[in-house]
Each structure stands twice: as C-alpha cells, then as structure tokens.
Write a protein that binds this ligand. Structure first.
Ligand SMILES: Cc1ncc(COP(=O)(O)O)c(C=O)c1O
Length: 385
C-alpha cells in the first residue's frame, strides 16, 4: 500500500504534481491516437492504445492509484471488463473462487456462465452466515470476492475480518468498491488485495462513459494489463480523458451525494407509503454500526420498498418528473430503477424475495440536484403510488 502525500481532492486534481513548463496545457490534451511513433531498432516500450499505455489511459490510472493508496491501477472498457480481468489475473483453470452472494447480477452471471466454462469453480456465501466463509473454503480456493456496500440493499461487509481470513489462507481478497469510491472507503487500507470499480458510475460521475478499473499491487495490475492486451478491453482515449476529468470532482461530488443520501433517506423513512428504506446511514439499517465505523460517507444510493408492491411502485415511477427511470447510478442526475428488471433480472421472484428484494423495490441513485427538489419529486411519486 502506498502512503498518501496530499488530500484526496488535491491528488485527484494534480496527480503526481509533475513540474509545469511555460505554455504547457493546464488540462491534459486528448491523445486520440491508436498508435505512436517507435524508435528504430530499439527494445523501448512500444506505445499502442490497446496496450493501455496511451497517455490518457495512464493519467487516469495514476490518479486512481493515488486515491486508492495502491501501487498501481489500470482502466479498461467497462466494469464487467475490470471484474473479469481482475479475476483472471489471480485465478487459473482448476482454481476455486469463493464469492459473496450479495453481488451485481452481471457479475454473478460472469462467474456462473463464463468462469465455469474455463474450469474455474465458484461457490457463494451468504455473508450473514460468517462461518460459511471458512467452511466453504477448498484446497483449491485462490480468491474471495465481495462487493461493499452491496447492490441494492446497501449492506456493508467487514473487510478487515475477511482480509485476515484471506491472508491466513494465502489467497487474494478482491473487492468491488463501485458504490463507495475511494472517497467513502478504501479497501486496501482494510487489508484487501485488489479493488475493482465500475468507473461508469461515481468515478466518472456524468453518465457519459462506460469504463472499469482495477487497483492493487503492481504485479496484479501488470497481470491485468497482460490479459487486457490479449482480450482487448482497452479504454478509448477520449473515454479515459472524460474519466480523468470526472475524477477531479469526485471528492466534492461524493460529499454532496453523501449529504443528499442521508437527507432523502431520512425523509423517505417517515413517509407512510414507504414500507422500508435501505440506507446504511440510518439507525434502522442492519449495518449502521459497522458502516459508521468503516465508511467515510454513506453515498447517494438508497433502496426503498414502496407499500403496495409492484403496481404501487410503477405508479410512483410514472408520476416522477425529475428523477429519471434508467439503470446505472452515480451520475449527476438522479436515477431510479427496478432491480427485478435490471441488476437482479436473472433471479426468480422467489430468489429475489429470499434475497430481500421484493417486487416493489426501487433503487434510487441520488444525483447532485437540489435535495429539496428531489424530495418534492419523490413526494409527487409516492402520492400517486
Ligand atoms: C457493483 C457493480 N459492479 C460492476 C458493474 C458492471 O459495470 P459496467 O456496467 O461498467 O460494466 C456494475 C454495473 O452495472 C455494478 O453495479
């Protein structure tokens, strides 16, 4: 782990603080070039954008590494690409992966439909049953994967405890930290080995890029880079430039998301048409105590169960004027989605109910609009529910 030399906002804006010369551009240029001139008869590194060594890709990666306190980082073309490559960097055919059950539906499908085709065994643990982490370990277990806070119940996992287990077994702990960002939680500081992000979400923050990232030890990042060169998920330079620009405001955006999240969740909790609110900043949340200890903010992600079930939730959605009905999260505009049709569409109604996501569950990503306007919009929606 690398020590931070400055505050998170400063690092996100200035990065390594390289000296500036007169007439240098203040904002980085976009190197929209697939290839770069090579020296003749030289073993010097060949620059080629698919290799992930385009200056825009490297700048964004350097910023994230500093924010996460990682030796290195790499951006790729999607969060799914990042999850796939991070795991392929630490797993081989014949290995076993132990994953939390509380993960994004796409990741679950990647493990079950793709990894198993390559001879990587996967089993799932309900993190509420702590003992299962140990009892489900096998001789060939090489990695543990978790997401925290989780989608869409905002459960917070005890990474420190898992890190001790992973270290004692000599296996890697990978954490999808998309919902937290390095502003609210830095998994490496809690003993994780690898951090994964869907940078499509808060890191970029403007709903205009699909990107992913992996941060950790240089050896892991190098493995990810080697896989990426061959599997071809390099991030386009313009997208990398947009991500770097997004990162510059990450800290202030997260402060506002955190404030609005708490304000709106508190308001929702007292509303008669809301059966239950899932937000770790609320005392009613199962992980409030742990969250208050380990998180530096609770984010703008709120799960809510509308009283009256699926039909009432649909009426609420139709009455909203400001909050946009769309999947994804972490952007400046507030979005709302129904997990049963998006992130958890792969589960049956029974499986979703067992997972605590009944029909009528809505996932709200609070953006940067004025909180009072968001509350008014939700009041209008719930009045119609
Ligand atoms: C927690 C989490 N991880 C990974 C992903 C996949 O990211 P992307 O859509 O950028 O491929 C998502 C997104 O949808 C997500 O919510």
């Amino acid at each position: 782990m690398r020590r931070r030399s400055a505050g998170l906002s400063t690092l996100a804006i200035h990065g390594d603080g390289a000296a500036r010369a007169a007439h240098d551009p203040v904002a980085a240029p976009i190197y929209q070039s697939s290839t770069f001139v090579s020296s003749i008869a030289s073993h010097e590194e060949v620059l080629y954008t698919r290799y992930g060594n385009n200056p825009n890709q490297l700048r964004a990666a350097e910023r994230l590494a500093r924010l996460e306190g990682a030796e290195g980082a790499i951006f790729v073309a999607s969060g799914m690409g990042a999850t796939a490559l991070a795991h392929l960097a630490v797993l081989s055919p014949g290995d076993h992966l132990l994953s939390s059950e509380w993960i994004y539906g796409g990741t679950r499908r990647l493990f079950l439909e793709e990894f198993t085709r390559f001879g990587i065994e996967v089993s799932f643990v309900n993190p509420d049953r702590r003992r299962e982490w140990r009892s489900k370990l096998r001789k060939n277990t090489r990695a543990i994967f978790v997401e925290t806070p989780t989608n869409p119940l905002m459960r917070v996992l005890d990474i420190k405890w898992l890190a001790v287990l992973a270290e004692s077994e000599g296996i890697a702990l990978l954490v999808d930290s998309t919902f937290a960002t390095p502003i609210n939680f830095r998994p490496l500081e809690h003993g994780a080995d690898v951090v994964i992000h869907s940078a499509t979400k808060y890191l970029n923050g403007h709903s205009d890029v699909i990107a992913g990232a992996v941060a950790g030890a240089e050896t892991v990042v190098e493995e990810v880079r080697n896989r990426m060169k061959l599997w071809g998920q390099a991030l386009d330079p313009h997208a990398a430039w947009l991500v770097e620009r997004g990162l510059k405001t990450l800290a202030v955006r997260m402060m506002r998301h955190n404030q609005t999240g708490l304000e709106v969740a508190t308001w929702l909790e007292q509303h008669p048409k809301v059966q239950r609110v899932h937000y770790p900043g609320l005392a009613s949340h199962a992980d409030h105590a742990l969250g208050a200890k380990v998180l530096e903010g609770f984010s703008g992600m709120v799960g809510l169960e509308v009283a009256g079930g699926a039909r009432a939730a649909e009426r609420c959605l139709r009455a909203l004027r400001l909050i946009i009905h769309a999947p994804s999260l972490g952007g400046v505009e507030s979005l709302i989605s129904e997990p049963r049709f998006t992130s958890h569409a792969g589960l049956s109604a029974e499986e979703r109910a067992a997972a605590g996501i009944p029909d009528g569950f809505l996932r709200l990503s609070l953006g940067l609009e004025d909180p009072q306007d968001l509350i008014e919009d939700l009041a209008r929606g719930l009045a119609a529910a």
